[in-house]
Design a protein around this ligand. Structure first.
Ligand SMILES: Cc1ncc(COP(=O)(O)O)c(C=O)c1O
Length: 378
């Protein structure tokens, strides 16, 4: 069955004569287009009632009291931390194996990201490593639900409780992921991203979700120049608002999210049942993995496999080639090495296309190309 907004079976792009199966492909259909047109014709383009409607729909879908739309996932993370009082001198424990925005949100507020290594089985932060890095200056933990698999939230929440630490979930990659029937983003205040590669998109955009209405009120000020009402500015802040256009796309994408996630899960199953020569991703017990990325481990010749796939028109990506502590901006700040599992993952991971618009033929091409590389038969 075709997803509206897709041309099933039609090669989307050709590059150098080769069919390209991209690593990500946002699914935008007629409904999204009509919703954007309605906003354009309304004359209200900046944050207004469509944003409010998107927030209410998102909060209801997640099952939390409050959702506050923000201009990006990065800004959502930063404002979530700021609203909870994280600031200069505060240490925040997080994973070095994530997109840099996770740690930057802390740095930007004058805090200090403290990294704790991940586990090799699912790439998520190791709760024992978190506990080992707690100091009197530690204020918070940011677990990331990497690639769409929930972090070990029961253990993390229990560490946080024992040491009276705040938790902010980085749920940028985990819309609809679940742990023992509970959605990622409902364990604590959480930040989501709607960047186009994500499980649902608004072009650019983000959302903070929280059960705490006071935090939501602060967030609503922080995203809008610190104002409570027009030209009454209580806090120093900037413009981190979402547009009505983005919210209109988001409302439609949210309705389609479950279908997108089921497709991702079916695509992941197809790949895992057939791929040979690579370590396929696990779905931890009690978890619903939503495969923002389908990431295999290739202990040897990872880059040669990526080149082999590219030659066959298949896009792949290494998320992430370097732990955050090894990025130049962190080196400048004096961060050293010391996270051997993350470093090993950076050398071994390769994400393959898993997005909802893949056709059965494309999925089979991916399997044939990967298996052919290891059999040497292609
Ligand atoms: C884990 C993680 N955190 C934060 C972000 C930041 O989100 P955005 O790109 O919407 O600013 C992203 C996505 O790019 C992400 O993958």
């Amino acid at each position: 069955m075709a997803l509206p907004g897709l041309r099933r079976g039609v090669p989307v792009r050709r590059r150098g004569g080769a069919l390209l199966i991209p690593i990500a492909r946002p699914v935008i259909g007629e409904e999204e287009k009509q919703a954007v047109l309605r906003v354009l014709e309304s004359g209200q383009l900046a944050q207004g009632k469509v944003v409010r409607e998107f927030e209410e729909a998102f909060a209801a879908w997640l099952g939390v009291r409050e959702a506050v739309a923000i201009s990006s996932g990065t800004a959502a993370l930063m404002l979530a931390l700021q609203a909870h009082g994280i600031g200069p001198g505060d240490e925040v424990i997080t994973t070095p194996f994530s997109f840099i925005a996770t740690a930057n949100a802390v740095l930007y507020l004058g805090g200090r990201p403290v990294f704790a290594d991940v586990r090799a089985d699912d790439f998520n932060i190791d709760p024992d490593e978190i506990e080992a890095r707690i100091t009197p200056r530690t204020k918070a933990i940011i677990p990331v639900h990497l690639y769409g698999q929930p972090a070990r939230m029961a253990e993390i929440m229990s560490v946080a409780e024992r040491h009276a630490l705040l938790v902010v979930e980085d749920a940028a990659q985990a819309h609809g992921a679940e742990l023992n029937g509970r959605k990622a983003g409902t364990f604590a205040t959480a930040a989501f991203s709607f960047y186009p590669t994500k499980n649902m998109t608004t072009g650019e955009g983000g959302m903070v979700t929280t059960g705490d209405s006071r935090i939501a009120t602060t967030l609503r000020k922080l995203r809008d120049q610190g104002q409570t009402e027009r030209y009454n500015h209580e806090l120093l802040s900037y413009n981190w608002r979402l547009t009505e256009i983005a919210a209109a796309i988001g409302l439609v994408q949210l309705r389609r999210l479950e279908e997108f996630n089921e497709r991702r899960r079916a695509n992941a199953r197809f790949l895992s049942e057939r791929l040979k020569g690579v370590i396929t991703p696990i779905e931890r017990e009690g978890c619903r993995h939503v495969y923002h990325q389908y990431t295999v481990r290739v202990p040897q010749r990872r880059d040669a496999l990526a080149a082999h796939l590219r030659e066959r028109g298949i896009g792949t990506q290494v998320y992430y080639p370097r732990p955050i502590n090894q990025q130049p901006v962190y080196r400048e700040l004096g961060y050293g090495d010391g996270f051997p599992v993350s470093q090993q993952m950076c050398a071994e991971v390769l994400s393959l296309p898993v997005h909802p618009s893949l056709t059965p033929e494309e999925l089979q091409q991916i399997v044939d190309a990967v298996n052919g590389f290891f059999e040497g038969s292609e």
